[in-house]
Write a protein that binds this ligand. Structure first.
Ligand code: NDP
Length: 337
C-alpha cells in the first residue's frame, strides 16, 4: 500500500456550471484510524446531482462545503484496518465519506454491504439512496395505480429508471423523458416503459405528451423541472399527484428563472404537489432496500451503471451528470477489491 492518499477538495465555488477549476486533487498522507474507527479503502464513489448544491454558499437541506473542504459522498469501500470498531479487515462497508482513496470513519456511521447478495456497487445505486428515492417517491408520493399514466423525467438516470419500473409494477402506463435516442431505447426495450420521449429532439412537449399520454397524466415524478415540467402540468388529470424530487435543469442557474405560471392547472386538476426528501424515509430504509433487493433478484427491476475508472476522473463523472452522459447510476471505480 503506497503512503499517498489522493483527496478531492473544493478549489472554488462555481458560478453557473462547474468545471475542472472547481476541483483540486491533493496528495496527502493516509489517515490513521482513531479509537473506534476504521480505515477504509475506497472501491466505488458516487457522484450525485445534489452535490452541486453543496458547492453553493447558501442554506439548503445539506450543509454547504467550504472552499478547501474535501468533497464528500456515498462510498463503498473495504475495511483495511480496524481500531476497535465493530468491523473486521476485509469487510465491505458503505457510508458518507470523502472523495479520497482512503478515509477513516467511526464504526456507527457505516453500514455493512453483503457482497454475496448483489454486486457491491449497487449499494450506491439501485439498492442505495437513488433506488430508495425512487421507491418512496413512487410508492408514497406519486402513488401510481393500475390504469394510471405515470410520467417521469430524468427517466434513464439512477432514480428515474427505477421509478418508472416501480410504476410499471403497479400497473401504470409509463412515459419517460430522457436526453438521447439511446436512452429512449433503454427505457422502451430494456426497462419496459410504454413510451420514451427524447426531449432534446422534441420541440413541442405538450404535443409529445398528447401522443404518449392520450388520457392525461395521473402521477408525475419530476427529477428535472423547467419547460418539461411546465408542459406536464398542463396535462395533469383530476386529483393527479406530483412528486417533486429534483430540478436538475436549474441546479447551475444563479437565478431561478421565472417560468410560465402553471398553478391554475393545479386548481383545475386539484393536483397534490409534494416535495420529496429521501432522508425523511430513513426509518424505513431497511424495508425499501429489502424489497428492491428482491425485485432485482427476481428480475422485476433491471438496473444499469455507468462506471468511470480512476479517482482522478471523478470531476468528469460529476460534470457528466449535467450533460446527460450517464445511463443509470453514475459511479467512479477507485480501486479493485
Ligand atoms: P441521474 O442519474 O438522473 O443523472 C442526472 C440526469 O439528469 C442526466 O443523466 C441527464 O439525463 C439529466 N439532466 C441533466 N441536465 C438536464 C437538464 N438541463 N434538463 C433535463 N435533464 C437533465 O441523477 P439521479 O438519478 O441521481 O438524480 C435525479 C434527480 O433526483 C436529480 O434532480 C437529483 O437532484 C434528484 N434527487 C433527489 C433526491 C431527494 O431526496 N429529493 C434524492 C436523489 C436524487 P438526460 O440525458 O436525460 O438529460
Amino acid at each position: 500500500m503506497s503512503n499517498t492518499n489522493r483527496v478531492y477538495r473544493l478549489a472554488k465555488r462555481p458560478e453557473g456550471t462547474p468545471d475542472h477549476d472547481t476541483f483540486e486533487l491533493s496528495e496527502e498522507e493516509i489517515p490513521e484510524p482513531g479509537p473506534g474507527e476504521v480505515l477504509i479503502k475506497t472501491l466505488y464513489l458516487s457522484v450525485d446531482p445534489y452535490m452541486r448544491d453543496r458547492m453553493r454558499d447558501s442554506e439548503s437541506y445539506e450543509e454547504p462545503w467550504d472552499v478547501g473542504d474535501p468533497l464528500k459522498g456515498a462510498v463503498v469501500g473495504e475495511v483495511v484496518e480496524s481500531n476497535g470498531a465493530r468491523f473486521d479487515e476485509g469487510d465491505v462497508v458503505t457510508g458518507e465519506l470523502e472523495w479520497a482513496e482512503y478515509a477513516t470513519a467511526p464504526g456507527p456511521v457505516l453500514t455493512e454491504v453483503n457482497p454475496d447478495l448483489a454486486p457491491i456497487s449497487t449499494a450506491l445505486g439501485v439498492l442505495g439512496m437513488p433506488g430508495l428515492t425512487a421507491y418512496f417517491g413512487t410508492r408514497e408520493v406519486a402513488q401510481p395505480s393500475a390504469g394510471d399514466t405515470f410520467v417521469v423525467t430524468g427517466a434513464a438516470g439512477a432514480v428515474g429508471s427505477v421509478a418508472g419500473q416501480l410504476a410499471k409494477l403497479q400497473g401504470a402506463r409509463v412515459v419517460g423523458f430522457a436526453g438521447s435516442d439511446e436512452k429512449v431505447s433503454f427505457l422502451e426495450d430494456d426497462l419496459g416503459f410504454d413510451v420514451g420521449i427524447n426531449y432534446k429532439t422534441t420541440d413541442d412537449y405538450q404535443a409529445a405528451l398528447d401522443e404518449a399520454a392520450p388520457d392525461g397524466v395521473d402521477a408525475y415524478f419530476d427529477n428535472v423541472g423547467g419547460p418539461i415540467t411546465d408542459a406536464v402540468f398542463t396535462r395533469l388529470n383530476t386529483d393527479a399527484r406530483v412528486a417533486v424530487c429534483g430540478q436538475i435543469s436549474l441546479y447551475n442557474s444563479e437565478d431561478v428563472p421565472m417560468g410560465p405560471r402553471k398553478l391554475t392547472q393545479v386548481i383545475q386538476s386539484r393536483a397534490t404537489v409534494e416535495g420529496l426528501l429521501v432522508s425523511d424515509f430513513e426509518p424505513r430504509f431497511e424495508e425499501g432496500t429489502k424489497q428492491l433487493g428482491q425485485w432485482v433478484a427476481s428480475g422485476d427491476i433491471s438496473y444499469r451503471e455507468t462506471v468511470t475508472e480512476g479517482i482522478e476522473n471523478a470531476p468528469d463523472a460529476f460534470l457528466g451528470l449535467f450533460e446527460g452522459e450517464n445511463i443509470g447510476k453514475q459511479l467512479v471505480q477507485v480501486a479493485e477489491r
